[in-house]
Design a protein around this ligand. Structure first.
Ligand SMILES: [Zn+2]
Length: 315
């Protein structure tokens, strides 16, 4: 069974759906053509700076204005995973990010996404899907604390907790207090070592209690850390296209995934934000094979790491 652990539900909206919703809510002119709209939305070349990509997120946030919209996006996201040959997926979303423009309540957002997943699972009963709650570190300390509280209140509806967004200006060490209690019982993954160095991966593990790391690109620079990750089976959720487009790696050929895998560190292959990076899991697998030189056995090994490291039960 194909397993994906790192896919943002709020950034995997289908192009046609995004276009339709943006027109309906007046975010773009009726005269805007589909192709020119997608050209302005998608990231296909490495971006010049972080602000460029953040500006691209806004349209994805602004269409999320009603629970029915969230329901549809989650429904379509499950169907897309099924079409990609995935059997189990961990979706994640940030309540603070999703509700930033709409003023929707965080509970409405969770209800909406859950309802869409449930509707899709009715006709795909073998498919497994779970939700990870993201605390967006760049929304500030108070928002992170509120998100951890929200996650704790809805602990039966989430499979895990994540800390994401700008790790350079908001390093993991600053959130020790917010994670002090929750790390005792929650399954935690943290975006770390994507733009920042290995010290942020150490802090994600030691200070926040992370059992998995989102991206972890810079782990390769620290042999002691690599050894620790291997010994403690801490899986790196790597996302080739995303890592290239955000300039976390200069090229696919220089991506550390093969070296990490061959050093015995668990690593898996993911899409991150398929709606904005125009990618799919089979495409990420193809890149690992054709551009990074992974054998089919190694690709299968990555999938096995995803399965073993999943926060979903029974897969
Ligand atoms: Zn991510």
């Amino acid at each position: 069974m194909q397993v994906e652990l790192h896919r943002h539900l709020d950034l995997c909206t289908r192009p046609a759906t995004l276009y339709e919703l943006a027109q309906k809510s007046g975010l773009i002119a009726q005269s805007t053509g589909f192709d020119s709209f997608m050209q302005s939305v998608l990231i296909r070349e490495p971006m010049s700076d972080l602000n460029t990509v953040l500006a691209k997120f806004v349209i994805f946030q602004k269409i999320l204005d009603r629970p029915e919209v969230l329901e549809r996006i989650a429904f379509e996201a499950v169907l897309d995973c099924v079409a990609e040959g995935i059997g189990a997926v961990e979706f994640r979303f940030s309540p603070g990010f999703v509700c930033e423009y709409s003023g929707l309540s965080w509970s409405d957002a969770l209800d909406g996404f859950e309802a869409g997943m449930r509707r899709a699972l009715r006709s795909h009963s073998d498919f497994k899907a779970g939700l990870i709650c993201i605390a967006s570190r760049d929304l500030g300390q108070e928002s992170v604390e509120r998100t951890v509280e929200f996650f704790s209140q809805h602990r039966t509806r989430f499979i895990g907790l994540d800390l994401a967004a700008n790790e350079c200006d908001f390093p993991c060490l600053g959130f020790e207090g917010a994670f002090r209690e929750v790390r005792k019982w929650a399954k935690i993954t943290v975006h770390a070592g994507e733009a920042a160095g290995p010290e942020n991966i150490w802090a994600a593990i030691e200070t926040l209690g992370a059992r998995r790391i989102g991206h972890g690109i810079s782990a390769i620079k620290d042999p002691k850390l690599m050894d620790y990750l291997a010994k403690n089976s801490i899986c790196l959720e790597m996302c080739p296209t995303s890592n290239w487009l955000t300039r976390a790696v200069p090229s696919f050929k220089e991506h550390p995934l093969p070296r990490v895998l061959r050093a015995g560190v668990p690593v898996c292959i993911n899409t991150d934000d398929p709606g904005i990076f125009a990618t799919r899991l089979p495409e990420e697998v193809r890149i690992c094979r054709d551009q990074m030189g992974l054998s089919m056995a190694e690709i299968e090994f990555c999938n096995e790491h995803a399965r073993k490291s999943s926060f979903l039960s029974g897969i």
